[in-house]
Design a binder for this molecule. Structure first.
Ligand SMILES: Nc1ncnc2c1ncn2[C@@H]1O[C@H](COP(=O)(O)OP(=O)(O)O)[C@@H](O)[C@H]1O
Ligand SMILES: [Mg+2]
Length: 279
């Protein structure tokens, strides 16, 4: 598995005639970077992820992996699914087998792999998500957070170059969010480029190398510290500025923070303050 660049060019997509959810949306997911896809509820994040994964065919525009354009034929979609996998927001839309191991095996078995190879992929995927201990459990007995991780493991077992996660942290408690982010780091180290949709601007600032905001049916992309400090854009997108950028800017104005990039989370903000200011 190696990192690949996923691109979308001028996508037009929707569900009902005459009502466009996306209209000229372009996006580049650079190989190996963490990209957060931001937007208010109903802005079109899931629609964009479905176009990127091949689940929804756009009315116009293209999706490509390392320049090779996605074809919406059986063969084209099959090839695309081996490179790009989408994990749905609700794990119950994804899990359907009796046990965890069976569920995670489904994709690799469908690829026609030998039993040994399937077993190896399942073990690897469960380990990357930190859920080996759940292998024999019935999926319906798992907690919501566990089901989310198992659903991600199912996609990871396909060894995708690009993993698209629709709101992977929604509904998780803070420690489960931390664990999920650690799992995403292991996935990245193993060669998957990770895209996460979220409406949590603080999480996006803390986690992402790049952010892409779905706004007015299109996408505005850039580095988090710039995009998430653009108040006009944030207002159009119905998002707020992350707290770390608000507090950081104020502390800098008071002369308490050095020049350079503002801290992106609580720990680095406290670490950047002069001695005597922190308790
Ligand atoms: N299957 C569908 N049929 C009709 N409209 C849909 C469907 N899925 C989403 N929509 C509409 O498309 C718009 C964007 O939805 P979605 O992509 O799910 O946004 P987000 O993921 O950012 O919350 C919304 O207005 C939503 O109601
Ligand atoms: Mg959504």
């Amino acid at each position: 598995m190696s990192h690949r660049t996923l691109t979308a060019e001028a996508l037009v997509a929707g569900y009902e005639r005459g009502r466009r959810v996306l209209d000229g949306a372009s996006l580049t997911v650079p190989a190996g970077r963490r990209l957060a896809l931001l937007g208010a509820n109903g802005s079109g994040k899931t629609t964009l992820l479905r176009c990127l994964s091949g689940a929804l065919e756009p009315v116009a525009g293209t999706v490509a992996v390392d320049g090779a354009r996605l074809q919406h034929t059986r063969r084209g979609l099959r090839a695309h699914r081996q490179e790009v996998q989408l994990v749905l927001q609700d794990p119950d839309d994804q899990l359907f087998s009796a046990s965890v191991a069976q569920d995670v095996s489904f994709g690799p078995l469908n690829l026609g792999l030998a039993e040994d190879a399937v077993r190896e992929r399942v073990a690897e995927a469960l380990a990357l998500l930190g859920v080996e201990h759940l292998a024999g459990r019935p999926t319906h007995q798992l907690s919501y957070g566990e089901r989310k991780r198992v659903a991600i493991a199912g996609a990871v077992a396909m060894r995708p170059c690009v993993l698209l996660l629709d709101e992977p942290t929604a509904g998780l408690d803070p420690s489960a969010v931390t664990e999920a982010l650690a799992a995403l780091e292991r996935l990245r180290a193993s060669g998957s480029t990770v895209v996460m949709s979220t409406h949590d601007v603080d999480l996006a600032l803390r986690w992402a190398d790049d952010v892409a905001v779905v706004v007015d049916r299109a996408v505005v992309q850039g580095v988090p510290a710039d995009v998430l400090a653009d108040d006009a854009l944030l207002a159009r997108a119905r998002l707020d500025r992350p707290w770390a950028l608000i507090v950081g800017a104020r502390l800098r104005a008071l002369g308490l923070l050095p020049d350079g990039a503002l801290p992106r989370d609580a720990a680095s903000l406290l670490a950047a303050l002069p001695e005597g200011v922190t308790p």
